[in-house]
Design a protein around this ligand. Structure first.
Ligand SMILES: [Zn+2]
Ligand SMILES: [Zn+2]
Ligand SMILES: [Zn+2]
Length: 348
């Protein structure tokens, strides 16, 4: 066979995988599924635990089905197909002081559709890093960002942006593997399971022997790694080769746009905090108070600065609160209250 014939054989374009739509199972599921199947003949569905996993045949179909389920008020979660998802990359090689607006302007001028530019920071210290995360809307006419050689007059390196590994827990329903921005499942409070945000829970104090809303067992909350429903860490795969690149990124940016809690390798925030406490047991409130100005605290003149001082001490005693601060900065609107409560709960 001549070479030219071989060369002419068209290479099938790699079709990107369409993610499943997770529709919450209910006994009368057939009503809604009948409509879905009738409208989207090529879609497929299967039962998987407490969900019906619906597989759309195209990204468009995926969008249509999720719009339909939303309109029907069905409970589901679905992440966007990869081609609709914004492209996230990191730019390395720029000085730490680079203005993110300059990066945005430069990329826009080169024909990129820039959704967001953010400078990455170190997890604990919050020190700025010379790494910039860029979120792009990919259009058919968009140039390939990985071909970008210079930015702001300097040679740069483009890397893909990696999330921190670990299970994602939704702030809205407290189930796993999706974030609240994609969640159409009823809001469930982490503390009491009622349909309100954890931050809006009327229970403001610590629950002594809580019931987990995910497994119904007593003694832990649904964000605890002790929960049997808490996702187990996946076996490590190609970790050695990935590590070097990911480390900084992982440590620094994982929660920047998060609408969920990311819990590392089966370690819940609560547990992470526990470890902190083991390393440096916090003094009792009484000791704490006596350490500095012992009188002013109880006096009527307790002012704003006194409060700040107390909070500062509190932060020293609970170093993990820095993480809370970081998450608060990255959360939006009411989600901040959720983030706050999650942390308070895990402090116990
Ligand atoms: Zn959810
Ligand atoms: Zn509640
Ligand atoms: Zn549980």
């Amino acid at each position: 066979m001549p070479d030219s014939v071989n060369a002419a054989v068209p290479v099938a374009p790699k079709t990107p995988k369409i993610p499943f739509i997770h529709l919450k199972f209910k006994n009368n599921y057939n009503l809604i599924m009948q409509e879905v199947t009738r409208k989207w003949l090529k879609s497929r569905s299967k039962l998987s635990g407490e969900y019906l996993k619906i597989l759309a045949s195209t990204a468009d179909e995926h969008r249509e089905i999720t719009a339909f389920l939303t309109e029907k008020n069905e409970e589901f979660h679905a992440i966007d197909p990869i081609e609709v998802r914004p492209q996230k990359v990191v730019i390395k090689g720029l000085p730490i002081s680079t203005d993110i607006d300059a990066i945005r302007a430069d990329l826009t001028e080169r024909g990129f559709n820039v959704l967001k530019v953010a400078q990455l920071t170190k997890a604990k210290s919050k020190f700025k890093l010379p790494i910039f995360m860029v979120e792009l809307k990919k259009l058919p006419s968009s140039p390939d960002i990985f071909q970008l050689e210079t930015c702001c007059f300097l040679t740069v390196k483009i890397d893909s942006f990696n999330r921190r590994p670990g299970a994602t827990q939704c702030y809205n329903c407290n189930l796993f593997h999706h974030s609240s921005s994609n969640c159409h499942i009823k809001t469930r409070c982490l503390k009491c399971g009622e349909p309100h945000k954890t931050g809006d829970c009327p229970i403001k104090s610590k629950i002594e022997n809580p019931t987990c809303i995910n497994c119904q067992q007593k003694g832990h909350l649904a964000n605890s790694h002790r929960c049997p429903k808490f996702p187990k860490p996946k076996p490590k795969k190609g970790e050695a080769s990935q590590n070097r690149n990911n480390k900084i990124v992982n440590n620094s940016n994982s929660n920047i746009f998060s609408t969920s809690a990311t819990v590392q390798k089966g370690v819940s925030f609560a547990n992470a905090l526990k470890n902190d406490k083991q390393m440096a047991p916090p003094p009792t409130p009484k000791e704490n108070r006596n350490r500095n100005n012992p009188k002013t605290i109880e006096s009527e003149n307790f002012g704003f600065m006194d409060a700040i001082l107390e909070l500062k001490k509190f932060f020293t005693d609970y170093p993990s609160l820095l993480e809370l601060g970081r998450q608060l900065r990255n959360a939006q609107g009411n989600e901040r209250v959720d983030v706050f409560y999650r942390h308070l709960i895990s402090l116990n």
